[in-house]
Design a protein around this ligand. Structure first.
Ligand code: S3P
Length: 451
């Protein structure tokens, strides 16, 4: 499958995006451990999140899926049972890493396998700290990669100081901590997305934020209290359309019901630095995850620097921000983003390759990119590299290019954004209705971290 994209007409639209991927994974896992029935609405029925659903079913949890975005999870008070066979995590690293933490402290053995791209990704980042808690866990692939074999044991709490700001690792350790004796603490070098912490709070699992940012602690042997949960739209999916509208002078877009957790919205600050007019209104925080509307008005963007503490808070948005940089005047520099090398593809190499194919000058660094913006993009045949966010970012680039852009092998988009193609088609063929109800508060510009 491929996307064929042509220059888009002016955007004037109002949209919603499917449920948040990170929150959907966590909602399935934590409600499965709870003491009763939990109804999850706004669930993202993407390939990745459905892997987590299948995994929990294989572990003995009844999960009904009556509507595409609704799950009914029958929690069994932390009681999981041995899976009949190995658990296939597909290409979902979140599934594999979070489950590694969850399964390390069970009374049975398990084996986690993955597809080709996941099997190339590092697992030592969860395995090594889990071993510190007594886990008996090995990565069977070359260089500490999947399959991951777990011999369940009784874990003991430990203090972890992570070298990488990773929400997946933090979450795996917190889940392991729920099944460990005593206290488990995780301290990150800088704040990554905090959905696991918020959801544990919401399900009444006691966690403690240590003083002077000593990290977050969890105590073992707690049972999450069953509750319903409404998952907001995924700001990482909204990001593609926000950049499309923000980079188009006169473009105007409202994204409704999107997640606005401030560990996920650094993208908005970057777009403001680049000159776009962005307004945000948080409309609901009743279920711990803030949700609301983002409004963006497009201008000729100017280049910026993205680095430091901002990086973990917009790590998934860097492919589309690189495209924004190519559309902006002057250079855009991305630094401290070496994590991009170990995502669904080597995203630094993939972005550089595709931008060059479209006529953009790019210098690839070990931890980032220097993009010379302002040249007219040339339609080209570009690769997805099997990576959903690369495929979607370059579909948006095609909306600004002269001639046709063909993005190849785009099946991977299903991992995070079923329905992307339909919205793309609506934007490119201008089928979107005019509809704009202004939002109320505005965001103040954020500064990039000094080195
Ligand atoms: C995720 C965390 C991020 C992100 C990934 C989802 C999560 O990865 O890139 O798409 O749900 O915890 P890292 O935690 O490895 O940075």
């Amino acid at each position: 499958m491929e996307f064929r994209v042509k220059r888009a007409p002016r955007i004037e639209a109002e949209i919603t995006v499917p449920g948040d991927k990170s929150i959907s994974h966590r909602a399935v896992i934590i409600s499965s451990l709870s003491n009763g029935v939990c109804v999850l609405r706004g669930f993202l029925a993407s390939d990745d999140c459905l892997r987590t659903v299948q995994a929990l079913r294989a572990l003995g949890i009844k999960i009904e899926h009556p509507e595409p975005d609704m799950l009914i999870v029958h929690g069994k008070k932390r009681l999981l049972t041995a899976p009949a066979g190995e658990i296939d995590c597909g290409n979902s690293a979140t599934t594999m890493r979070l489950l590694a933490g969850l399964l390390a402290g069970q009374s049975f053995d398990s084996r986690l396998v993955g597809g080709a791209t996941l099997s190339a990704r590092p697992m030592d980042r969860v395995i090594l700290p889990l071993r510190k808690m007594g886990a008996n866990i090995v990565a069977e692939g070359p260089g500490e990669t999947a399959p991951v074999k777990i011999h369940g044991v009784k874990l003991r709490g430990a203090r972890h100081e992570l070298s990488v700001a990773s929400a997946q690792v933090k979450s795996a350790l917190l889940l392991a901590g729920l099944f460990a004796k005593g206290k488990t603490t995780v301290k990150e070098p800088s704040q990554s997305r905090n959905h696991t912490e918020l959801m544990l709070d919401y399900y009444l699992v006691r966690t403690v934020r240590e003083e002077n940012d000593g990290g977050i602690s969890i105590f073992g042997d707690q049972v999450p209290e069953s509750r319903d949960f409404l998952i907001p739209g995924d700001i990482s999916s909204a990001a593609f359309w926000l950049v499309a509208a923000g980079a188009q002078p006169g473009g105007h877009l409202l994204v409704r019901h999107t997640g606005l957790n401030d560990t996920r919205t650094a993208l908005l600050g970057v777009l403001i630095r680049m000159g776009a007019q962005v307004r945000e209104a948080i409309e609901e925080v009743d279920q711990v995850e803030p949700r609301g509307t983002v409004e963006i008005t497009g201008v000729p963007l100017k280049g910026t620097v993205i680095q430091g503490r901002e990086i973990p808070q917009l790590i998934d948005e860097l492919p589309i921000l690189a495209v924004a940089g190519a559309l902006a005047s002057g250079p855009t520099i991305i630094r401290h983003a070496q994590e991009l090398r170990v995502k669904e593809s080597d995203r630094i190499a993939a972005i550089a390759h595709n931008l060059r194919a479209m006529g953009v000058q790019v210098v690839e660094q070990s931890d980032g990119l220097e993009i010379q913006g302002g040249a007219t993009l040339r339609g080209a045949r570009v690769a997805s590299f099997g990576d959903h966010r690369i495929a979607m970012a370059f579909a948006i680039a095609g909306m600004f290019a002269e001639g046709e852009t063909i993005v190849q092998d785009v099946e991977c988009v299903r991992e995070s954004y079923p329905g992307f193609e339909k919205t793309l088609d609506e934007f490119v063929s201008s089928k979107r209705v005019r509809l704009t109800t202004p939002v109320i508060s505005s965001l103040t510009p954020t500064k990039t971290d000094e080195e």
